[in-house]
Design a protein around this ligand. Structure first.
Ligand code: S3P
Length: 169
């Protein structure tokens, strides 16, 4: 297994799980949003404000494309990265796709005091989150394994992923 790609809605724990998973595997950790922020020298909020979502999605695709030769990496993707067919193809070709899920209620709770999600600026209600989740469901379902993180500790989620990966090797 060359790489592990973590997909999932905002607030499903991709970055925290990804860091721990990378440590356990001895892989390096990469966060797609952080890569975009450092290339642009702007926060994700600022990229959306200054250039709009379309530009952000192009940057996202460019960064994903640049990872086509990556090895021994755990990649935490932004919640919308799977919308792009091109991104999904790269993810499929470079490794194992692990999709993290959580109930809308859990996501509301986790993101309550978080202002770093431009798409939830208008509303962070359960309804808004459910609607966006439903629209993306088929993209999230395109994974090797799906793990529900609702109410779970990140160590337990990481262990579930490690067990799955051991079973595959
Ligand atoms: C987005 C999720 C965010 C970030 C951007 C757009 C989305 O990443 O990429 O705000 O479309 O769901 P996280 O999933 O890490 O919050």
């Amino acid at each position: 297994m060359r790489n592990v790609i973590l997909t999932g809605f905002m607030g499903t724990g991709k970055s925290s799980v990804g860091k721990l998973l990378a440590t356990e595997l001895g892989f390096r950790f990469r966060d797609l949003d952080e890569m975009i922020e450092s290339i642009e020298n702007l926060t994700i909020n600022e990229v959306f404000e200054k250039y709009g979502e379309g530009h952000f999605r192009s940057l996202e695709e460019a960064v994903v494309r640049s990872l086509s030769d990556a090895e021994r990496m755990v990649l935490s993707t932004g919640g919308g990265a799977v919308i792009s067919r091109k991104n999904r193809a790269v993810f499929r070709s470079i490794g194992c796709i692990v999709n993290l899920t959580a109930s809308p209620e859990m996501i509301v709770e986790r993101l309550e005091h978080d202002d770093r999600r431009p798409l939830l600026k208008g509303s962070k209600s359960r309804e808004t989150i459910e609607k966006l989740m439903r629209a993306r469901e088929s993209f999230y379902a395109d994974a090797d394994i799906r793990i529900d993180t609702t109410g779970k500790k990140l160590e337990d989620v990481t262990r579930e992923i490690l067990l799955f990966l051991e079973g595959r090797d």
